[in-house]
Design a protein around this ligand. Structure first.
Ligand code: SF4
Length: 270
């Protein structure tokens, strides 16, 4: 870190890793005056907002919600600007417009240390800004913190895991296209209203669907849901065998692990 650093920012996505990092920094570096920041797309799950309230109580200070001009320039505005073209893993305009740009606007030109919750057992770097004044820091990588440690940090703090982890493996918008089909089935079961809203964005006749080659209407058919759930159960068994978990924490991990975690959004899914 250089002498010019004037601010320290911890980006919280509403997921387990970034939250554990916020807790870790508060507990291990209380001398740092940290700004905790959450990019609010206004398309998050209620569970995420409820989780953030718990986190704030532990941190003892508010998490700044970046909304920019979302009232006028939210997801629906940008969808219109992109001609109704739904974002996808390869064309991810939502991350830029709803997360990166409001965040970089908030940071401005000050030299800032940005704390990122990438763990020592992950092989990705997370969000890297093109702005040279945003200097990424990886305290979990530096300290050798792994997924088991993250779960322990959350449990020991009393904050616990976000409740959506019971049926979903990532934070982010309810319609996030990084969801697996089993997670869409989870959305249908847990938030049928949000599933309906996600479905309303699709135009299958024009090829605009959240899931490649399958509309949410097709996915919601009971027979299809049954197949998706059976496939998911098989995947979990195979994953658990592959991991050969030895501890209870690892067994829990195998039950909730998303093998695609590494290809999630680097800004949203921490
Ligand atoms: S959570 Fe998913 S849909 Fe929402 S901004 Fe991030 S990548 Fe886009």
């Amino acid at each position: 870190m250089t002498d010019q650093i004037t601010r320290h920012v911890c980006l919280i996505s509403g997921g387990k890793d970034s939250t554990a990092l916020a807790i870790y920094m508060r507990d291990h570096h209380p001398e740092i005056e940290m700004e905790y920041v959450f990019n609010d797309t206004h398309k998050e799950l209620d569970e995420t907002y409820e989780f953030l309230t718990r986190v704030e109580a532990y941190l003892g200070k508010p998490i700044i919600r970046l909304t920019s001009d979302l009232a006028e320039r939210g997801f629906d505005h940008w969808l219109q600007m992109y001609g109704g073209f739904l974002p996808s893993p390869s064309v991810r305009w939502c991350t830029r417009k709803l997360k990166i740009e409001p965040f970089e606007e908030y940071i401005g030109d000050a030299a800032v240390c940005l704390y990122i919750g990438i763990r020592a057992d992950e092989h990705r770097e997370g969000y890297i800004s093109n702005k040279p004044n945003i200097i990424p820091q990886y305290p979990f990588k530096d300290a050798g913190i792994t997924k088991d440690d993250v779960i322990r940090i959350l449990e020991e703090s009393g904050v616990g895991m976000p409740s959506y982890y019971e049926w979903r493996t990532r934070s982010g918008c309810y319609f996030c296209f990084f969801q697996r089909k089993a997670e869409w089935a989870g959305l249908l079961q847990n938030h049928p209203d949000l599933y309906e809203q996600a479905m309303a964005y699709e135009k299958p006749e024009e090829g605009y669907t959240w899931v490649q080659k399958e509309s949410l209407q097709e996915l919601a058919r009971p027979a299809r849901i049954e197949i998706i759930r059976a496939d998911e159960a098989k995947r979990k068994i195979q994953e658990a065998k592959r991991r050969k978990p030895k501890t209870l924490a690892a067994m829990f991990d195998a039950d909730t692990e998303d093998p695609d975690e590494s290809v999630g959004c680097l800004m949203c899914h921490l």
